[in-house]
Design a protein around this ligand. Sequence first.
Ligand code: GLC
Length: 565
Amino acid sequence: MTQHLATPATAPASATAPAPADWWRDAVIYQVYPRSFADANGDGMGDLAGVRSRLGYLRDLGVDAVWLSPFYASPQSDAGYDVADYRAVDPMFGDLPDADALIADAHRLGLRIIVDLVPNHCSDQHPWFQRALREGPGSPLRGRFHFRPGKGADGELPPNDWESIFGGPAWTRTTDPDGTPGEWYLHLFAPEQPDFNWDDPAVADEFRSILRFWLDLGVDGFRIDVAHGLVKAPGLPDIGHGDQIRLLGNAVLPFFDQDGVHQVYREWRRILDEYSGGPGGHRIGVAEAWTPTVERTALYLRRDELHQAFNFQYLQADWRAEELREVIDRSLAAMRPVDAPATWVLSNHDVVRHRTRLGGEGEDGLRRARAATLLMLALPGSAYLYQGEELGLPEVLELPDEARQDPAFRRSRAGGDAEGQDGMRDGCRVPLPWSGSAPPYGFGPDPESPTWLPQPADWAAYTVEAQTGDPTSTLEFYRSALAVRRRHPALGAGDAVEWLPAPEGVLAFRRTAPDGTVLTCTANTGAETVLIDAPGRLLLASAEADAPAEGAFPLARDTTAWWTS
Ligand code: GLC
């Protein structure tokens, strides 16, 4: 007998039941990139009303929480990660009542809402920065940023050798109100994103107030952008060589992961805790912290700091049993002393979609991506999904240069020679296909209105409509996996896996729930089918699988299977 999905998709039964206060410990959190999720007003750009209209889809998918990338007032120099007003919704996404209604609807459906907070930098159009420019050197407003005189006879050289993550120097020179060249200011990202100076108490005060603003509106937590960047080494010392981009995430640099940053999160934790006693349970902080090791990431998750951090070491691991086992063990071991759940993530809006990253173009990539997802969802802790991965979307590699909007693209690729982040992040940000057979695939109400990034002409088979009800589709596979995860007490919870002996290239581990229920996960990362002893009854497989014959099971290449005893 050939069985594809042993468990039929079911809507989560407990969607509206009250969740425990520590709901986040094993939550599956779905990242919505508002520009590209759903467009309600027909301008080709996603918006909050669009997200709101599709909350039922997310509830039925079976996720616990939704993280929204920034939708604040912004000139959009870095797709909204350049915030001009932290308390306003950008008109292209809607208005504050839309955000309010979205949060209320989500809660009614049993979904949590996590918003993105961008505290490392703002937009150069933020009123503080504009005033700092206007008022000139010596203005107290300049103290809220990193303004410095340049080096060289006429101050024509940047104050230090730091490089922007998007390429080129991390400093831009200003022009004084009288028209002469003036001081420089620091921007670790684009020049339109000046870094705040977190040594200035006004900055810390402002962010405490912004936290309260969104908590009062009812959000369940914050994803903290560049959480490792707020505090810079005293004196802003030179690094001494130009290999900084390669060192990002591999070494402690004077602008990242400085010990002083933890004080900020201790203060924020006190605020989050103040709001955590209600029926919604804990309000949480999630760090986007690219640190050199999981052990350094764990420092952000001490009991009086944040709740979770993205596990970028896991995201960066190859699809190889040995490497995966090592990073899983190391992640779990690093989180145990701080009693934080491990997190797992394969895709987000900054990296090549995991289908393409792990498996290249073509169907092999999808096979591997599904196997990687099922493995991830069997691990203890919390898992992050990025919109569109449940549809099996590939990275869009063929975007025309003129359509690309990643600010790093022009600095480091087309027309620029600065070495920085590759600038190719648009390929994972293409608007989602919902229905129909041609762009915009139901993304917005108007079939004539072009989407902000063009969608490929061959995406008809990826739409939600085309995949719904097809038991072999990736969407139904995700629905099944999340439904099993919700009702199987051995999944998600706990902080350990019990490794079982397995042939080369295969991972096998057992999870045991407090009530004694056992789930076994087997993943074949190799290129050949491997015969294994069936560890129980086949519950779900990431690819078509034969039922075990006389206890032996052929675990095909790039396949993960879940078993129950
Ligand atoms: C984070 C965001 C990324 C953004 C950068 C600057 O890494 O995920 O999209 O460009 O911060 O805010």
